[in-house]
Write a protein that binds this ligand. Structure first.
Ligand code: C2E
Ligand code: CA
Ligand code: CA
Length: 974
C-alpha cells in the first residue's frame, strides 16, 4: 500500500538524527566510516582529521596514516571532488571547507559505478558540516576551561596579596594561603619551608599533613641545620632550586644523588622552590597519599607561580617584626658601645632619639605614601640626627649608564638633572657597594689613587657621607649627605644611621617597585581576561547564530521555506504526547500530493516545476492559520497538521478549502497550469504512539484517494485498515473455526417498551477466536461473504440458535435470525429451514427471519414466494435495518412481512435531530396501517425509550434493554 518514492541521494532522517546526536569528533567519524563500510563496494574506510600538523592527525577507526595516505588526504582536503590515489587503490573525499578532514575509502574492486561514491559524498558533506561544528565546539570548550582556570588563578593571587596586606597575624595568613592553594589543587598535605642561606638552616613555617604525625615539625621557629636533612626531598629542593614532582620512584630518578624519604610513602609529591634574586628562600610542597589523586604539569606551574607570590606576601608580613628586631639589636649595639666609651648624657639622649628615628624610618618604608613624600620624610627624620642640609638620593638608570636623582635638596643647587656616570664620590660608593665617609683630604687621597676625579664631581664638599642602596646583592643607588662650608664632620655613628636609612629606603624602593610590577601584571591580566571574555562572548553568540541557522536549515525545506518532514514529525510527536494528557482532544494530519506533478515537471521543466511547488505552498498557507502548520515532505508531497481538530469535520473543511484553493489554475511562465491535489486525512488521537504511525495512516488514505480518482480527499479508516491486514489470515482461520466449532450465537432481548416485558431474542453471530478473543461480525462477515463460506457459517448458526432457543429460552419468546441475501437466492431455503426446525425442536411460530432490503431487490418474485411459503409454515419475516436501504416506504406493503426493524441510525437521532423523528414517525404510521409490528433498534438511552413510547412504538432492542450475551446469561443452567 505504500507508494514508490523516487530514489534519493539524501539520507534517511534516522541517520541525520543519529548524526545530530554525535557529540565528539570520533563519534561523527565513526558514524560516517560505518556508513561507508556498509556499502558493498567498499572494502575499508576511515575518517582522518587535524591534517595540518603531522603530530595531531587523528583517525577513526584508527588507521595508519603513512606518508602516501597523508599526502592523498591533504590533496583531497583542498579539493571539492573525490581524489584518487595513484593506482586507484584509495579514494579520499573532503569533509568540509576549508581543509582539515577527509574520508578515506578503499574500494573492493575498481568499479565504474560512481553512484556509491556520490552517496557517500553526500553523507560526507553532511557529516563534515557536523564534524566541523563539533571540532569548533571542542576548541571553544577547552578555551573556556583555560579561561576559567586563569580566572581562578587570578582570584587566588588577589586573595594572597590581600592576605599579606591585611591585619592578620602570620599563622592566620599562612592558614589562609593553605586554603587558597587548596582551592587550586589537592592540598590536604601542604608545607612551607623557609631557608636561611647565611645560617644554612631551614624552618618549617607551616606544616599540615594528614598522615605524617610523627616526623611533622610543629614549631615554626625551630631551626634545623640544612645538613641534618641531607638527601631529603626538601634538601634537594633548596639546594638545586628546581621543582620536583612524581611518585617516589619518579622522584628518585629526578634527584642527583641518593634519596632519603621522611615520613610515610606518598602517591604523588610536588615541591617548588621559592626563589628571589637567584636565591632559594624556601619551598612549597603539596603531597597526596590517595591513590589516583595526583598533580599535573599545570599544577606544577601554578604552584610555582603561587610560590613567588607567597614569598612576597610573607616578606611583607615579616617586615614589621623583623624591623622591630633589627631596631632593637642596633640600639642594643649602640647602648653597648655607649657603656664601653662611657659617653655623656647628651650621647645617651642621642641614642634614644636615634632609636625613635630608626622606628620612624622603618614605619615610613611600609607606609602607604608616595615616593616623593617618603623621601621627604626620611630626609626630615635624618635631618633630626645629623646635619643633612644637603641630602640626595641617586639611582642607577635601568641601562646602568647614568645617575638619576629622584630626591635632591642642596644649598647650592635647585635640582640635579640626570647625568652620565662619571668618576665622582657617588660612583665610588656604587662601585664598591660600601658607605663612604670623608673630608677634603680623604677625597684628595682618593683622587691620587685614581678612584675619583674631583673636577667632574659638582661643587666640592668639605665633608661627604654616602651609603649604597642594595636590592639583593646589587647596589642600585645611594643616599648621601654633604657639607660645603667645613662646619660638619660626619661621624661613624652618622654613617651607621645613614646606612640604616639606606637599607630602609632600598627596602621601600624594592617593595614599591614589586608592587608596581604586580599591579601592572594584574592590570594586564585583568585586561586580557576582559578582552578574552568579549572575544568568547562574540564567538559564542556567533556559534549560537550558526547553530540556529543550521537547525533551521535542517528543519526547513530550501525551495519553499516550509518546515520539512523532520520538523513535522517532531511537531506531530509533541502534539500526540499532548493528546495523551487530554484524551478527548484530536489532531488531524492531511497528507497531500500534487496530482500528475511529474507530467508538469517533465513537460515544463524543473524551473517551472519548482515554481508550481512554491505556488502550491503559498496557497496551502492561506488555507490554515496558527498554530497549524504546512510542511513539505518531499518532491510533490505536502502535509498540513491541524493541532486541534475537535471532530473530523474540521479536517474535512480544511480538506475542502485546500481542494478549492488548488482548483484555480496556476500561472507559470505565463502558462496556466491545471492542477489538483489528492489528500489523505488521518485523525490523531491518544491511541497513536508516534508521528510515523499517523503519517503512515494519512499516507494510506492518500493512496486510496488517488485510487478513487484524484482531486479528492479520503479519511483513514482504522477498521478497514485492520481488515485489509487481516484478510488473509482471517480466511484461513474462518475455515478452521467452522471445523473447530468456534462460532456461537449471542442472544439480545427484544422487549415491550412500555413495561419491559420480554418478547423475543435476536441471535447474533460471535466468533470465539483462539487468540483474538470474541469477535463480532464486522471483523469477519465481509471476508466470509467474499470467500463463499458465509452460508456455511449461517447454517451452523441457525442450527445452534434454534436448538439453544428451543431448549433454554422461554417458550413464549420468539427468536429472530439474520439471513444474508444469498440464502434467498436459493429456491429450497424454506425447505431446508423447516427441516432444521424439525431437527432442533423449535416450533416455526417462534421463529422469524431478518432480511435486509437489499435481499428483496434482486429477484423480488422468487424472494416473495419464499417469504410467503415461510409465512404459511408459521415463520415470520422481519425487514432489518429499515430506512437505510433502497425501498420506498410504499413497496413494503407488497411483501408478506410481520415486523419492521427501524435502524439504529434513526433512533440515535431521536431527541437531537427532527429529521430522525420524522422517519421514525412515518415508519410507525406505515406499519400501523399495514398492521406490522415495529422494533426500534439500538436504544441506548432512557430519553430514546420514552420518546419512542410517546411516538407509539411498541417494541425495542438495544444496550439499554439488554446486551447480546451467550445463552448461559439468559438461562444459567444452559
Ligand atoms: P443487525 O442485524 O442490525 O444487528 C444489530 C447490531 O446492533 C448487532 O451488532 C448488535 O450487537 C448491535 N446493537 C444492539 N443494540 C445496540 C445498541 O443499543 N447500540 C449499538 N451501538 N449497537 C447495538 P453485531 O452483533 O455486531 O452484528 C452486526 C451485524 O452483523 C448485524 O446487524 C447483522 O447484520 C449481522 N449479523 C449478526 N449475526 C449474523 C448472522 O448470524 N448471520 C449473518 N448473516 N449476519 C449476522
Ligand atoms: Ca438483525
Ligand atoms: Ca438491524
Amino acid at each position: 500500500m505504500t507508494k514508490s518514492h523516487p530514489t534519493q541521494l539524501s539520507p534517511p532522517m534516522a541517520w541525520l538524527t543519529d548524526l545530530a546526536d554525535m557529540a565528539t569528533p570520533r563519534q561523527v567519524a565513526a558514524l560516517l566510516a560505518e556508513y561507508a563500510m556498509a556499502q558493498p563496494e567498499c572494502e575499508s574506510a576511515c575518517v582522518a582529521w587535524g591534517l595540518h600538523g603531522v603530530d595531531d592527525v587523528e583517525s577513526e577507526p584508527p588507521c595508519p596514516m603513512d606518508p602516501d595516505a597523508l599526502a592523498l588526504a591533504r590533496k583531497a582536503a583542498a579539493s571539492t571532488a573525490p581524489v584518487l590515489s595513484r593506482g586507484g587503490r584509495r579514494i579520499a573525499l573532503s569533509l568540509f571547507e576549508p581543509q582539515g578532514a577527509v574520508l578515506l575509502v578503499v574500494p573492493r574492486t575498481s568499479s565504474d559505478d560512481a553512484l556509491w561514491i556520490d552517496r557517500i559524498a553526500e553523507r560526507s558533506r553532511l557529516a563534515g558540516r557536523h564534524l566541523r561544528r563539533v571540532l569548533e565546539l571542542k576548541k571553544l570548550r577547552s578555551a573556556l576551561n583555560q579561561q576559567a582556570r586563569s580566572e581562578q588563578l587570578q582570584r587566588a593571587l588577589f586573595a594572597i596579596s590581600e592576605l599579606a596586606g591585611s591585619d592578620r597575624d602570620m599563622p592566620e595568613m599562612l592558614r589562609g594561603i593553605h586554603s587558597i592553594v587548596g582551592s587550586l589543587m589537592y592540598a590536604e598535605n601542604f608545607f612551607i619551608v623557609l631557608h636561611d642561606a647565611e645560617r644554612a638552616s631551614i624552618r618549617f613555617l607551616y606544616f599540615a599533613d594528614v598522615e605524617d604525625d610523627v616526623t611533622a615539625p610543629r614549631d615554626p621557629t625551630h631551626e634545623f641545620a640544612l645538613a641534618s636533612r641531607e638527601h631529603t626531598l626538601t634538601w634537594y629542593l633548596i639546594r638545586d632550586g628546581k621543582p620536583l614532582h612524581g611518585s617516589t620512584e619518579e622522584l628518585r630518578r629526578q634527584v642527583s644523588g641518593p634519596l632519603t624519604i621522611y615520613g610515610p610513602d606518598g602517591y604523588d609529591w610536588l615541591g617548588v622552590p621559592m626563589i628571589r634574586d637567584g636565591h632559594v628562600h624556601g619551598a612549597l610542597v603539596v603531597q597526596s597519599y590517595e591513590e589516583g589523586i595526583g598533580y599535573s604539569e599545570e599544577d606544577k606551574t601554578l604552584l610555582a607561580f603561587v610560590a613567588s607570590h607567597v614569598l612576597t606576601a610573607m616578606e611583607r608580613k615579616q617586615t614589621k617584626e623583623q624591623l622591630e628586631q633589627q631596631v632593637r639589636l642596633r640600639t642594643l649595639d649602640l647602648a653597648a658601645s655607649n657603656r664601653v666609651l662611657e659617653l655623656e648624657v647628651v650621647e645617651r639622649q642621642r641614642a634614644e632619639r636615634l632609636q625613635a628615628a630608626l622606628f620612624q624610618i622603618a614605619q615610613l618604608a611600609t607606609a602607604d605614601i608616595s615616593e616623593e613624600e617618603f623621601y621627604g620624610r626620611v630626609h626630615a627624620v635624618v635631618a633630626h640626627l645629623l646635619s643633612a642640609e644637603n641630602f640626595f638620593i641617586a639611582l642607577l638608570s635601568s641601562d646602568h649608564q647614568s645617575l638619576e636623582f629622584p630626591y635632591f635638596v642642596d644649598a647650592t643647587q635647585q635640582m640635579q638633572p640626570t647625568r652620565p656616570l662619571a668618576h665622582g664620590l657617588s660612583e665610588y660608593v656604587l662601585r664598591h657597594g660600601a658607605p663612604l665617609r670623608g673630608d677634603m683630604s680623604d677625597f684628595r687621597a682618593l683622587g691620587l689613587a685614581g678612584e675619583v676625579d674631583l673636577k667632574t664631581a659638582g661643587s666640592p664638599a668639605t665633608s661627604w657621607l654616602g651609603a649604597p642602596l642594595f636590592v639583593g646583592d646589587e647596589a642600585i643607588g645611594l643616599v648621601a649627605v654633604q657639607c660645603y662650608d667645613g662646619s660638619v664632620d660626619y661621624s661613624a655613628a652618622d654613617q651607621e644611621l645613614l646606612s640604616f636609612a639606606a637599607s630602609q629606603i632600598a627596602y621601600s624602593l624594592n617593595r614599591r617597585r614589586a608592587a608596581a610590577i604586580q599591579q601592572q601584571a594584574y592590570a594586564q591580566l585583568e585586561h586580557r581576561v576582559q578582552e578574552r571574555t568579549i572575544e568568547l562572548r562574540t564567538e559564542i553568540s556567533e556559534r549560537q547564530r550558526i547553530q540556529e541557522l543550521l537547525k533551521h536549515e535542517v528543519m526547513h525545506d530550501a525551495l519553499t521555506g516550509l518546515p520539512n518532514r523532520c520538523y513535522l514529525r517532531d511537531r506531530v510527536d509533541r502534539v500526540l504526547s499532548a493528546l495523551k494528557r487530554s484524551p478527548n482532544r484530536h489532531c488531524a494530519l492531511l497528507y497531500l500530493d500534487v496530482d500528475r506533478f511529474k507530467i508538469i515537471n517533465d513537460s515544463l521543466g524543473h524551473l517551472a516545476g519548482d515554481e508550481v511547488l512554491r505556488e502550491v505552498a503559498r496557497r496551502l498557507l492561506l488555507c490554515v492559520r496558527e498554530p497549524d502548520i504546512v510542511a513539505r515532505l518531499s518532491g510533490d508531497e505536502f502535509a498540513i497538521l491541524l493541532e486541534d481538530a475537535p471532530e473530523p469535520g474540521t479536517a474535512v473543511k480544511v480538506g475542502q478549502r485546500v481542494l478549492a484553493a488548488l482548483r484555480k489554475p496556476l500561472e507559470v511562465d505565463e502558462t496556466a497550469v491545471e492542477t489538483s491535489v489528492s489528500i489523505g486525512i488521518a485523525i490523531g488521537d491518544d491511541r497513536y504512539k508516534t508521528a510515523d504511525d499517523l503519517l503512515r495512516d494519512a499516507d494510506i488514505a492518500l493512496y486510496r484517494a488517488k485510487k478513487l480518482g484524484r482531486g479528492r480527499f479520503e479519511i483513514f479508516d482504522a477498521a478497514l485498515q485492520q481488515n485489509a491486514i487481516n484478510v488473509l489470515s482471517v480466511q484461513n482461520d474462518l475455515r478452521l473455526a467452522l471445523q473447530c466449532d468456534q462460532f456461537e450465537p449471542y442472544f439480545q432481548p427484544i422487549v415491550r417498551l412500555r413495561d419491559g416485558a420480554l418478547m423475543g431474542f435476536e441471535a447474533l453471530l460471535r466468533w470465539n477466536h483462539p487468540t483474538r478473543g470474541v469477535l463480532g461480525p464486522p471483523h469477519f462477515l465481509q471476508i466470509a461473504e467474499d470467500h463463499g463460506i458465509l452460508s456455511a457459517i449461517d447454517w451452523r448458526m441457525f442450527e445452534l440458535s434454534c436448538s439453544l432457543a428451543a431448549r433454554h429460552l422461554p417458550a413464549e419468546s420468539w427468536l429472530t435470525i439474520n439471513v444474508s441475501p444469498r440464502h434467498l437466492q436459493r429456491e429450497n431455503f424454506d425447505v431446508r429451514l423447516l427441516e432444521l426446525l424439525a431437527k432442533t425442536g423449535l416450533p416455526p411460530h417462534r421463529l422469524l427471519i431478518e432480511v435486509t432490503e437489499g435481499s428483496l431487490l434482486d429477484d423480488s418474485q422468487r424472494v416473495r414466494a419464499i417469504i410467503e411459503r415461510l409465512r404459511d409454515a408459521g415463520i415470520g419475516t422481519a425487514l432489518d435495518d429499515f430506512g437505510t436501504g433502497y425501498s420506498s416506504l410504499s413497496y413494503v406493503h407488497t411483501l408478506p412481512l410481520r415486523l419492521l426493524k427501524i435502524d439504529r441510525s434513526f433512533v440515535v437521532q431521536l431527541g437531537q435531530d427532527p429529521a430522525g423523528a420524522t422517519v421514525v414517525a412515518s415508519v410507525l404510521a406505515l406499519a400501523h396501517a399495514l398492521h406490522l409490528e415495529v422494533v426500534a433498534e439500538g436504544i441506548e438511552t432512557e430519553l430514546q425509550r420514552t420518546t419512542l413510547i410517546e411516538m407509539g412504538c411498541e417494541l425495542g432492542q438495544g444496550y439499554l434493554l439488554g446486551r447480546p450475551a451467550p445463552i448461559s446469561h439468559w438461562q444459567p443452567d444452559a
